[in-house]
Ligand binder design. Structure first.
Ligand SMILES: CC(C)(COP(=O)(O)OP(=O)(O)OC[C@H]1O[C@@H](n2cnc3c(N)ncnc32)[C@H](O)[C@@H]1OP(=O)(O)O)[C@@H](O)C(=O)NCCC(=O)NCCS
Length: 163
């Protein structure tokens, strides 16, 4: 097996980004645009998946993205991403976004998303990725749930393509 394809734990892909939401990210009502958060989610998923495969990646699908609570201008966002499972050339990345009022410390989980990222070569063709080495109970549970989500995705894709 090529050293590039040795199994890797989810922790190797762990990505954290912290940034303050300013006027560039928001609307006149003082809330941050959902699209600004989606861009950050995609960037974090990109970094996590590149850390897993140590190569180029593209976003193949945003499988789900739920806005659980609004983000206000002036909030500090923490974006945490990791690869939950890897298949032949694709990887599932879970991204969680938490907001914090830096003056009071009050905060909450605002967004959870799952994305499918595909490793590609210079010409954009899919290339193999290392498997995930799940060891802890939590990692094994994440892996089982990722398999269930992939089955559901595949079923939906084949249903949509057959229409
Ligand atoms: C994603 C992409 C590389 C797949 O290429 P392809 O020739 O269709 O490749 P394949 O059919 O062999 O699929 C390759 C892998 O991607 C997965 N895949 C392809 N399309 C997918 C989709 N819409 N959703 C989820 N997974 C997808 C396949 O399940 C397969 O995974 P596996 O190898 O782990 O089993 C290609 O569709 C692409 O380049 N899309 C545009 C990506 C892009 O521009 N993103 C935004 C900017 S980064």
């Amino acid at each position: 097996m090529s050293p590039k394809l040795h199994p890797k734990p989810p922790a190797d892909s762990l990505t954290t980004m912290t940034l303050m939401m300013g006027v560039d990210h928001g609307n006149t009502a003082g809330f941050v645009h959902g699209g600004s958060i989606m861009k950050l989610v995609d960037e974090a998923a990109g970094v996590a998946s590149m850390r897993h495969c140590r190569g180029r990646v593209v976003t193949a699908q945003v499988d789900s993205l739920s806005f659980l609570a609004p983000v206000h201008m002036g909030d500090v966002l923490s974006i945490v991403a990791h690869v939950t499972q890897a298949w032949t050339t694709s990887m599932e990345v879970e991204v969680e976004v938490t907001r914090e009022n830096p003056r009071t410390g009050e905060g909450e989980l605002t967004t959870r998303a799952f994305l499918t990222m595909v490793a590609v070569d210079r010409d954009g063709h899919p290339v193999p990725v290392p498997p995930i080495l799940a060891e802890t109970e939590e990692e094994l549970r994440d892996q089982r749930r990722a398999e269930a989500r992939r089955s559901a995705r595949m079923e939906l894709r084949s249903h949509l393509e057959s229409q």
